[in-house]
Design a protein around this ligand. Structure first.
Ligand code: API
Length: 302
């Protein structure tokens, strides 16, 4: 392990034996993950069902997902990441998770400060900053509505859906659809506390038929031209304290809907804290900066 690694020197390597798994718990703004070191494997050492059980906050470790550090598929990558949501479904990407993943690799003694990680959303590049935060090149947003995917009719340039109306739960919503590899439905409201019935509207929108792969739902209030506040109901995880891909998606949607000006590093306030998001005009990529913190390590029955 790295000299400043938080891991207690242990004779047991991070392996998954027959009935137990070594893990490390990390969180990014309270979006918390169980990390498993499968750097010698091509596929996760746990099943979706085992992972969902470990995410249970009463019967397991507790977490919003399980993230696997896997060997890369080719020379062009340093590592591969796969993730299971706490319901066992597999998303394409996870923003808070990739920051925790980068911190995990550093704590395991991997010496690169910048990795190219292969994910189901394509190559993702996290960079460790001096102050302990992580800046991630999250790639380009996907704006073509049918690729998000959604059946919402495109109503904006580029065959995209921007504040397109959707009936759900007896209410009419204005939905902007953006993918960061995983799908997001962004809804701008005047008042986050008054304008939504979060525990009812969130799941209803997550599973609405307009979203064939289900969808992450972000409710957003514009606080200032460079400051957005959000609440998120995640696909396959429900209400979480933060969603990194969601913060990226909502920043893109806010710019396209004319809610905030393009460019700049925007502060996105999530229930668990702030992320800083830049949709860079020069390369059309979205950059996300935020914390990733080690919480504890252990061995769990599976
Ligand atoms: N629940 C998400 C995956 C985790 C994304 C979120 N935790 C993030 O930080 O990006 C999905 O099914 O697409």
């Amino acid at each position: 392990f790295a000299s400043n690694s938080p891991f207690i020197t242990t004779t047991m390597p991070f392996t998954t034996s027959l009935n137990s798994v070594k893990f490390a718990k990390y969180e990014g703004l309270g979006n918390d993950f169980i990390l498993v070191d499968d750097r010698d494997k091509e596929a996760p050492s746990l099943t979706p069902e085992q992972s969902a059980k470990l995410c249970n906050r009463n019967f397991g470790i507790g977490g919003d997902g399980v993230i696997f550090a896997l060997k890369p598929p080719s020379e062009e990558f340093d590592f591969k990441m796969r993730i299971y949501n706490s319901d066992g479904s597999e998303p394409e990407m996870c923003g808070n998770g990739i920051r925790c993943y980068a911190k995990f690799l550093a704590d395991l003694g991997e010496d690169a400060s910048k990795y190219t990680i292969d994910t189901l959303a394509g190559p993702i590049i996290p960079v460790m900053n001096e102050d302990g935060t992580v800046t991630v090149d999250m790639g380009e947003p996907e704006l073509v509505a049918s690729n998000v995917p959604t059946t919402l009719e495109p109503n904006f340039e580029g065959d995209s859906a921007v504040e397109q109306t959707l009936e759900c739960n007896g209410k009419t919503w204005k939905v902007s659809a953006v993918s960061m590899g995983n799908p997001h439905a962004i809804i701008f409201v005047d008042d986050l506390e008054k304008d939504i019935d979060f525990e009812v509207d969130g799941p209803a929108l997550e599973s609405h038929e307009a979203f064939p792969a289900r969808i992450n739902v972000e409710f957003v209030q514009v606080m200032a031209p460079d400051h957005l506040k959000m609440k998120v109901w995640e696909r396959g995880a429900g209400p979480t304290l933060a969603c990194g891909t969601g913060a990226c998606a909502l920043t893109v949607a806010a710019i396209r809907a004319g809610k905030i000006p393009p460019g700049g590093n925007n502060r996105v306030t999530l229930p668990g804290g702030d992320l800083f998001i830049e949709w860079r005009e020069s390369d059309n990529k979205v950059y996300m900066s935020g914390p990733a913190t080690f919480v504890f390590e252990g061995t769990a029955n599976v």
